[in-house]
Ligand binder design. Sequence first.
Ligand code: ZN
Length: 253
Amino acid sequence: MDRRALKFPFTLDSAPDWMCPTCGKAPLRIRKDSFVKEERSFSRDHSHEAWEPEWIEYVYSCMLVCSNDQCKEVVASTGTGSVDWDVEEDENGIPQQVYDDHFRPKFFQPHLRIFQVPEGCPESVSKPLEDSFALFFSAPHAASNNVRIAIEALLTELKIRRFVSSNGKRRFISLHQRIALLPSKYAHLKDLILAIKWLGNAGSHDGGTEVSLDDVMDSYELTEHILQEVYAPKLEKLHKLAKKVNKKKGPAK
Ligand SMILES: [Zn+2]
């Protein structure tokens, strides 16, 4: 996960390598002829005596194209922009203040796949993750909430019950209690799932701490590892391979 590419604003000349969501093999490139920016209505009046370029606020839209010639997927993006300054040396080595436009993406359509969900992962888990990816740039708290939904669904897929019945009444079990019910096979994942619960809690309660893109990326990294362990365990595959080789006392194929 390239946190810098996902987190920081970009300039038109130094857009990050957002990975193509369709082939997953090559970065998207902004088609510069499609890039349009306009100042917001409140930002257009520059007559105030204290006006500074930092007061400018843009909206932008553009098309991106996958740089893999076999794919050439197109992705649309919109977002916001502002003007920020940096210090650069001129030809005489004298530091100069230079202004540049910086943009923050809010949407990509189709949305970026921020991490690779393993193929064997059931849709009940992958769908809320897809929803989360779609919301990542525009609403981190909602993106975080969807990771929590995916984790609840994962526990259901792992046959952890969702409620208990007593006196003919159903009572839902909290996520915290469900995590404790995981069988010993998944004991090593309990802490990781618990951490996602805490990160998701911040995203789902009003008045709670504001969720940052870094918080969401933390829960993505934890989720990616958990899904790998559950649906594409490397160690298990290696054990199977070793078993085959040992049985044949030579190459497996
Ligand atoms: Zn592509």
